[in-house]
Design a protein around this ligand. Sequence first.
Ligand code: MRU
Length: 365
Amino acid sequence: MSKLMQTIWPDPQDDRIVWIIDQRALPHELVHEALRTAEDAARAIREMHVRGAPLIGATAAWGLYLAMRQYPQEEAFGSYLQRMRDLLYHTRPTAVDLENALAQATQKILAAAPDQRVATARRAAEQFAAESAAQCKAIGEYGLPLLKAIYAKKAPGEPIQILTHCNAGRLACIDYGTATAPIYLAHERGLPVHVWVDETRPRNQGARLTAYELAQAGVPHTVITDNLGGHLMQHGLVDIVFVGTDRTTRQGDVANKIGTYLKALAAADNGVPFYVGLPTSTIDWTIRDGLTEIPIEERGGEEVTHIAGWSDGQSRTVQLTPDASPGLNYGFDVTPARLVTGLITERGVCAASEAGLLGLFPERG
Ligand code: MRU
C-alpha cells in the first residue's frame, strides 16, 4: 500500500508545512493540500478534507505541531496549549482517536523543555502515525486467518465475498486501513477476494473512497447501494463483514458510520460473521454502554438533501429532494457487542466483551 500514497506527511523541505490529501475531491481528482496552521488542521478535520478515525487523530497531532511552531510568546504557554488542543478537539465528536492523539501529544509537550516543544510535538505526531500504521498492519495479520478459514471451505478459486461499509481503508488511516487490512494482505498473498462496497450515503465514502483505494490496489470489488447487503446475505453471497469503528467501549459496543448497525442485524439474521477491525487508539476505556455514552455526530441536513458528483470534468452538487423537505443526518450509529462476532485488534482477535478486550489488554483491568 505504501507505494500508492501517504495520507498525511510533513513537507520534506519546509518544516512549516504538513500535507494532506483533500479527500473531498476523490476519486476524480487527487488534490494535495498544505496545512500551515492549527486552524488549517482543525478546518480539514471539521470539513472532512480528512476523515476516518486514525487519520483524524493523526491530523490533530500534526495540528498541535503546527500550533507549537506558532506559539505567541506573550500568551501563557499553558493557556495557549489548552486553547489549541480545544480548537482541534471540538471538530468532530465521535472518533475517540482525536482525544487520544491529542492527550498523548499534550502530555509529551508539557513534559518538554520550552526549546524542545516544537520537536517534541513533531515526534508525537510522527509516533502516533507510525504506531497507527503498524497497528493496522497487525490487524491485517490477525484478520487474515479468518479469510483463510473461509477460503478453505470454498471450491478452488472461488473468491471470498467480503462486505464492508464506509471507508475503513488506508485513506481513513495512515496505511493499510482497519477493516481493509486483512483484505489487502489476502490479496497480496494470492487469496482470491471480492469486496462488496456499500456506497455509504450520504457522504458516499464507500463509493468514492473505498472503491478508489481498492481499485488502486487491484482488489476486485463491486459498489452496491446501502440497501443491498441484506439481500446479498440472504442469498449466500456474503461470507464475512469487515467494518471499522470510531469508538469502541470497554464492553465491545462499536460506533461506526451510520448504517453499520443495520448490516450487523442482517448479518446476525443470516449467520454471517461480523468482525470489527480496530487499533487501540479507537478504544474508549472510560465507557461501557455505547448507546448512551458515545457522542454521535449530527451533520447538516444538506448532506442528505443534496448529492455531490462529477460531471463534465467538474465537481457538482445537485439537489435530490423537494425544497420544503428537510434532511436529518446522524453520522454514526452504535452496534451493540452482542451483534459483533469478534474484534480484530493489533494484539489479536477477541470476543466483543469486556472480558474479551481485557484478555488482550490486561493492563486496562
Ligand atoms: O465520517 P468518517 O468518514 O470520518 O467516518 C469514517 C468511518 O466511519 C470509518 O469506518 C471509521 O473511521 C473506522 S475505520 C478507520
